[in-house]
Design a protein around this ligand. Structure first.
Ligand code: TMP
Ligand code: ASP
Length: 240
């Protein structure tokens, strides 16, 4: 499958049309941004490691019955995916307090929740991706009440699966962000990516941050932790 017109350039990847209207190609870039693009960085091969990490995770999730956009990895940094009509929400699940949750509520980082939390941000860079509640989602015609229910159920199913996947490689899943879209048959499916860019991952034994917080907070060489997460995943799931 060939890349045709560039459809969209995001902060970490480009999306191309293909000759099949129902399929797109993702090309992962080496760029990293934080704080709504204000902080910029990169490392050589980041696009490759994120492409491969996301694909491995999506393949494991598919095996567990979660519908994703993943079709086929076509090169180290390119993947064929189902074209989706993306729902403009960042769907965030948290198991442990960190990041903006701590800032917003004054909670100590590392506080373990008795049950996972769910929140939505309105995906709009010029507004700074503000938090949005269910009523606002409905009022803005982003999704119906029933679709919000389906999106929420999908997010919690992904959380349950990811907790186990990461526990198997000695990593605590603190929180993550997913994006969800409608495929050509109007099914709600998991899209975008799941990688250390979109999750908070702490080593079970040391609580070392194995994710983009290394870059956001200038904690060290963030390439190393991205490689570490991928290495642990492929060692545990070599033949997915
Ligand atoms: P937050 O604590 O900054 O709200 O982030 C919650 C989770 O969402 C964390 O795992 C990082 C991820 N995230 C993204 O993937 N993209 C974003 O733009 C933001 C703000 C967070
Ligand atoms: N991805 C977001 C941005 O650039 C923020 C983040 O992940 O912290 O800007």
């Amino acid at each position: 499958m060939q890349k045709l017109d560039l459809l969209y350039t995001g902060k970490a990847k480009k999306v191309f049309k293909t000759e099949d209207d129902n399929l797109c190609i993702f090309e992962y870039k080496d760029d990293a941004t934080a704080f709504n693009g204000e902080k910029k960085g990169s490392f050589d091969g980041k696009g490759i490691i994120n492409n491969q990490t996301a694909n491995l995770i999506f393949k494991i999730l598919e095996k567990q019955g979660i519908k994703t956009h993943f079709v086929k990895e076509i090169s180290p940094r390119e993947t064929l995916v189902k074209k989706v009509d993306i729902i403009p929400l960042e769907v965030i699940v948290r198991n442990v307090a960190a990041g903006s949750f701590c800032k917003r509520y004054g909670t100590a980082e590392g506080t373990v929740f008795s049950s996972p939390t769910l929140e939505f941000s309105y995906k709009n860079d010029s507004l700074g991706d503000p938090l949005i509640n269910d009523y606002h989602v409905i009022a803005l015609n982003i999704a119906t009440r029933e679709q919000i229910e389906e999106i929420s159920n999908l997010a919690f199913s992904v959380n349950k699966a990811l907790i186990e996947i990461f526990k198997n490689i000695d990593i605590k899943l603190v929180d993550f962000k997913i994006e969800i879209g409608f495929d050509s048959e109007k099914n709600i499916i998991l899209s975008d990516e799941i990688s250390p860019d979109t999750c908070r991952l702490w080593d079970i034994h040391t609580n070392k941050k194995l994710d983009k917080d290394q870059f956001r907070l200038d904690l060290g060489e963030f390439a190393d932790v991205y490689h570490e997460v991928y290495k642990r995943l492929v060692e545990k799931y070599p033949s997915v």
